[in-house]
Design a binder for this molecule. Structure first.
Ligand code: 5AD
Ligand code: SF4
Length: 470
């Protein structure tokens, strides 16, 4: 039997004992069992699911898209807002029903929800049919834990180790674009945010292993990597490295496209801007969460910058990085956000004219400082504000897309469009989604595309037969 992932994993020092007892027995237990995985939340979770799939398939599990025939269901959960949690709880109900008459049906809860004490308590009390709860720090232990799990009956909870795991294997969803974790966790403690509690303190991976991973991806035909972290530009503080140095080393691998998410304005240095401007293979696209345009709210959010500082940084990026696109995240209805505070947010949006923005209503997360703040603003008022903000945000993203009309842009084509199977889709260097008509197979290539129509959230275009790269 083919065991590449386990063999490689066994060589890693820290996880050595994880696999020792598995070697002889695991395929007797797992071979040809089917797993179903559902992923909620951010890119970090999507990438964690790629690791989970890799481990499961190395154990002998086979993927299925049909939950009814699965022996193992993995829910990789998100905790960032209440509605993310509600979705998971809703889906758990379906799993409970499926498990009713089946001895051979296991349920694993992974991801950020598994790191929240109140969730764990709720599972132990109200969802006893769940078999295993595994935190964001423990994915590499999944094989050992599953093995134990298949041999006993109680719920086990594993979370909170602060190891940095190198050399993880991933069953990547795409053959052309890859996520690369560069750091884990977050130290910023924005007062509304659960992430520092669910993903722990900032831990950076070794620069050499990251660069090696990118080189291997390039050798295997990948065109694009996205460096991932909650605060990518805080990379290296714990190991005497810097994000600009890492970016430069990754750029020198000559992989065609490099992206990175998410950046914190407080950690963005001039040196980073210079490196982005210097290398053509670092994409001119920056996601720079604003969260609020009111200095009063920013302070209460513990964001560590003022609106003036944010705008100055934004302008510097626009000035120094040719053709850069900047998107953002904004929260409305933070506790006791006044009408004036909200107006200031709208003002910053009018000043920056973002290429796009993800907007959210504040969601109370148990255990965060903001959950204890007084809040007199009604949900109705918050919904009104969100609507007004979205109208403004869409106006600017539409305007920014209209500018591309009739222009020829470079697009990395990733696959067949979901909505229209006669088209393919991909992203411009500035991360704009384009649906493309082409009479040739251009999937996996970076090609030139003429933009024929522009909407707020996507562009349409046609392939221009002059290839940018093979
Ligand atoms: N409520 C609403 N939005 C939140 N975000 C993070 N925590 C919360 C919360 N409690 C948003 C922020 C962040 C994005 C990933 O999610 O805007 O940048
Ligand atoms: Fe959450 Fe703030 Fe860290 Fe982003 S920087 S993950 S919003 S605590």
């Amino acid at each position: 039997m083919h065991l590449p992932d386990l063999d490689i994993a066994k060589k890693r020092e820290k996880s050595e004992n994880v696999y020792i007892d598995l070697k002889e027995d695991y395929h007797k237990v797992f071979q040809n069992k089917k797993y179903y995985i559902r992923t909620y939340g951010c890119q970090m979770n999507v990438h964690d699911s790629e690791a989970i799939k890799s481990y499961l398939e190395a154990l002998g599990f086979v993927n299925t898209e049909n939950i009814e025939e699965a022996n193992l269901v993995v829910l990789n959960t998100c905790a960032i807002r209440e509605n993310a949690r509600d979705k998971v709880v809703g889906f758990l109900g379906k799993c409970k029903y499926l498990k009713k008459n089946r001895d051979d049906f296991k349920i694993v809860i992974a991801g950020c929800m598994s790191e929240q004490p109140d969730v764990i308590e709720d599972i132990m009390k109200n969802h006893k049919y769940v078999d295993l709860v595994i935190g964001t720090h423990n994915i590499h232990e999944l094989p050992k834990l599953l093995m134990q799990e298949y041999q006993k009956q109680t719920i086990e909870v594993y979370s909170n180790s602060d190891e940095v795991i190198e050399g993880m294997n991933y069953k990547r969803d795409s053959k052309y674009t890859a996520w690369v974790n560069i750091m884990y966790g977050c130290d910023k403690f924005c007062t509304y945010c659960i992430v520092p509690y669910t993903r722990g303190r900032e831990r950076s991976r070794k620069l050499e292993s990251i660069v090696e991973e990118v080189k291997t991806l390039k050798e295997n035909g990948y065109k694009e990597v996205t460096l991932l972290g909650q605060n990518v530009n805080a990379y290296g503080k714990d190991i005497g490295e810097t994000f600009s140095h890492l970016l430069e080393c990754v750029a020198k691998t000559n992989i065609e496209r490099i992206r990175f998410v998410t950046s914190h304005p407080w950690n963005f240095t001039d040196e980073m801007i210079d490196i982005i401007a210097k290398y053509d293979n670092i994409m001119p696209y920056i996601h720079l969460p604003l969260q609020s345009g009111s200095n009063n709210i920013l302070k209460r959010m513990n964001r560590r910058y003022t609106k003036e500082e944010y705008i100055a940084l934004f302008n510097k990026m626009k000035e120094k990085i040719p053709n850069v696109a900047i998107t953002t995240d904004i929260i409305v209805g933070f506790p006791n956000e006044t009408k004036e505070d909200f107006e200031e947010t709208l003002d910053v949006v009018r000043t920056c004219k973002f290429d796009g923005a993800y907007t959210f209503i504040f969601s109370k997360r148990e255990g965060t400082p903001a959950a204890r703040m007084e809040d007199k603003i009604s949900l109705e008022e918050k919904e009104e504000r969100l609507k007004e903000l979205n109208t403004l945000v869409n106006k600017y993203s539409n305007e920014s897309n209209q500018k591309l009309l009739n222009k020829v842009v470079e697009v990395l084509i990733l696959g067949v469009s979901d909505k229209d199977k006669t088209k393919v889709y991909g992203y411009t260097d500035t991360m704009k989604l384009v649906n493309v008509t082409s009479d040739e197979d251009i999937i996996g290539k970076i090609v030139k595309v003429r933009i024929t129509s522009a909407k707020s959230f996507s562009l349409d275009g046609e392939y221009v037969k002059e290839e940018v790269s093979a």
